[in-house]
Design a protein around this ligand. Structure first.
Ligand code: HEM
Ligand SMILES: [Cu+2]
Length: 619
């Protein structure tokens, strides 16, 4: 290991290092651990749902508990599992793909993570403090505004805090991709994963504020006696649905676009071909991002917006099938005639194409407004969105982890175990969710605690629940693979997959400064170009020189902790005004940390040229 900045070892030192780190690669690992933990929690909740729905008239859990579990399953999976897992991959890879030494604002990067984590912990504290939120992950008013207990308050405050973290992360990636690209890395030379992360960051920037506003209004209605969503007092509960879905629909593209990007990279790498239709792919991503904001009312066809609004939103929704189709054909054409290597990552990618496409078909069916009166709030909807979210996002996260694990940890995940995890998960997934389309068409409503015997729903539900068991087996094998690889995995080397993009040009795991010299980019797939036309190494764009690095800081952790304390205070001041002290103390902690950060100079440090040279000699 390098340089004079020798690191202390031992558990305490490692813990402190991670609490204070501003290195995008370590923050990626934090997101991976946090998101992975919540994914397991959300998965456990899903298993409880499927256990309750195994038999008709089942009394395994109480109706009220069921409401809490499906609400927390959905909320956890979307906000605390899928989002952070995607941020894990973006953090680990985007700076490397553009030839940057870190993100634009490393301090903010750390703040974004800790806000997400404390928000998620706050939300989950509700389990131990009188009950979790139970108004669905969509928290429609007036159900949410009149729900008893503090569950929904935890929802409003927890998501507000973690949402702030997401917004910060989105802005950070935007600035990073606009400003930090290496010389020669023009927009139209960026790998698709970077492109989609860029568009996703734009969507975050425009979508999350709608959620922020909605949650603030909800907080005022529930905690301070306001009536924004109460028609009896002159409010309007439909406004919540608009605010929620103006955020909520783009959110599904926020989740799936980076996945489109990583599949594009993976399919091109393992087909040993340049991505087919690169510029059409970029165009399609931007168009999907734009149209994603035009369709939110397809979630509200049955609220009585009227035939004109319904028709416009129906057509806009169906229009998204066009750029999505462009992408699907381009993936197929990339594979066409390629020399295909069926690694585990590629297996997930190939499985993703038909799975996600089926989800898209369901989506176009739901978009037919008149027909949606039949599908709405049935299991057909549950089937549809799990096809896109599991068949898209979860498959994508597995693919991305297999593909980039060597870059992140220096070891290749075991391929055999990887495939053993894939098959049960893949079959389990289709078993669980395909049949739900039919359960929905047969009239089984979504979010119901029980179904009745003799309605023909028994078999379908048993099939669905057994699929969930298979998926669990797949997930467990993946975890075993992680443990096995960390003990026995083979060393990856810099470029285990014969990669095409810049992240494969530096060692695995990369040194903490990433690139010793910023590379010069000569075209799309820059490393591939150097392998074809050069000596397989990137040409440096600058002479060897000192590298400026940011300092670690505990301040982001403390800032987020302050908001966590204030969140509790806000929730409980309704019962007892002394809790206002907690609000004051929490906000004081946060504001004081901000002041401290503003007035104290933190200029970072330099890695000296001589140390880098010494390291080069040692190599
Ligand atoms: C992996 C196995 C999974 C299983 C077996 C599963 C199962 C279920 C079931 C049965 C419901 C419906 C509850 C009801 O309406 O009565 C549900 C709802 C939901 N699931 Fe999943 N799910 C899984 C994964 C995921 C993932 C990965 C996500 C998102 C990233 C997700 C997001 C949601 C959402 C948003 C809801 C709606 C919750 C609500 O109605 O408020 N699920 N899930
Ligand atoms: Cu939508």
């Amino acid at each position: 290991m390098s340089t004079a900045y020798a690191e202390k070892s031992g558990f305490g030192a490692t813990l402190w290092d991670y609490l204070t780190t501003v290195d995008h690669k370590k923050i990626a690992i934090l997101y991976l651990i946090g998101g992975g933990f919540f994914f397991l929690l959300g998965g456990l909740e899903a298993l409880i749902i499927r256990a309750q729905l195994l038999f008709p008239d089942n009394e395994l859990i109480q109706a009220g508990t069921y409401n809490q579990i499906f609400t927390m399953h959905g909320t956890t999976m979307i906000f605390l599992a899928a989002m952070p897992l995607i941020f894990a991959l973006m953090n680990a890879i985007v700076p490397l793909q553009i030839g940057a030494r870190d993100v634009a604002f490393p301090f903010l990067n750390s703040l974004g993570f800790w806000l997400f984590l404390f928000g998620g912990v706050l939300l989950n504290c509700s389990w131990f403090l009188g009950g979790a939120p139970d108004a669905g992950w969509t928290a429609y008013a007036p159900l949410s505004t009149t729900a008893e207990g503090h569950g929904v308050d935890f929802y409003a405050l927890g998501l507000q805090i973690s949402g702030a973290g997401t917004l910060i992360a989105g802005i950070n990636f935007l600035v990073t991709i606009v400003n930090m690209r290496a010389p020669g890395m023009t927009y139209m030379r960026m790998p698709l994963f970077t492109w989609t992360s860029f568009v996703t960051s734009v969507l975050i920037l425009f979508a999350f504020p709608a959620l922020t506003v909605g949650l603030f209004l909800m907080m005022f209605d529930r905690l301070f006696g306001a009536n924004f969503f109460d028609p009896a007092m002159g409010g309007n509960h439909i406004i919540w649905e608009h605010l929620f879905w103006i955020f909520g629909h783009p959110e599904v593209y926020i989740l799936v676009l980076p996945i489109f990007g990583l599949f594009s990279d993976i399919i091109s790498t393992f087909s040993k071909k340049r991505l087919f239709g690169y510029s059409a792919m970029v165009f399609a991503v931007v168009l999907i991002g734009f149209l994603g904001f035009m369709v939110w009312a397809h979630h509200m066809f049955t609220t009585g917006l009227g035939p004109i609004a319904n028709s416009i939103f129906a057509i806009a929704t169906m229009a998204i099938a066009v750029p999505t189709g462009i992408k699907i054909f381009n993936w197929l054409f990339t594979m066409w005639g390629g020399s295909i290597h069926m690694t585990t990552a590629m297996l997930w990618a190939v499985a993703f194409i038909p799975s996600f496409t089926l989800g898209g078909f369901g989506g176009v069916m739901l978009a037919a407004a008149a027909a949606d009166y039949q599908y709405h709030d049935t299991y057909f909807v549950v089937a549809h969105f799990h096809y896109v979210i599991v068949g898209g996002v979860v498959f994508g996260v597995f693919a991305g982890l297999h593909y980039w694990w060597p870059k992140m940890f220096g070891k290749v995940l075991n391929e055999k175990l990887g495939k053993w995890a894939f098959w049960p998960f893949f079959f389990g997934f289709h078993l669980t969710f395909f049949i739900q389309h039919f359960l929905g068409l047969m009239g089984m409503p979504r979010r119901y605690w029980k179904f009745q015997p003799d309605q023909g729903l028994e078999l379908g539900n048993i099939v669905s629940s057994s699929g969930a068991v298979l998926m669990t087996i797949g997930a467990v094998i993946f975890l075993i693979n992680v443990v096995y690889t960390s003990i026995k995995g083979e060393d990856a080397g810099a470029d285990p997959w014969d990669g095409r993009t810049l992240e494969w040009a530096i060692p695995s795991p990369p040194p903490f400064y990433n690139f010793k010299q910023t590379p010069l980019i000569r075209g799309l797939d820059p490393l591939f170009i150097e392998k074809q036309q050069g000596n397989g190494k990137m040409t440096p764009a600058e002479p060897l020189g000192d590298i400026h690095m940011p300092n670690n800081s505990i301040v982001p952790f403390i800032m987020s902790f302050g908001l966590f304390v204030a969140g509790f205070g806000l929730i409980y001041q309704v019962d007892d005004a002394t809790w206002l002290w907690a609000v004051g103390i929490g906000l004081a902690i946060t504001l004081f940390s901000m002041l401290f950060r503003s007035v104290k100079d933190d200029l970072g440090y330099h890695i000296h040229k001589e140390d880098l040279e010494e390291e080069a000699d040692a190599e």
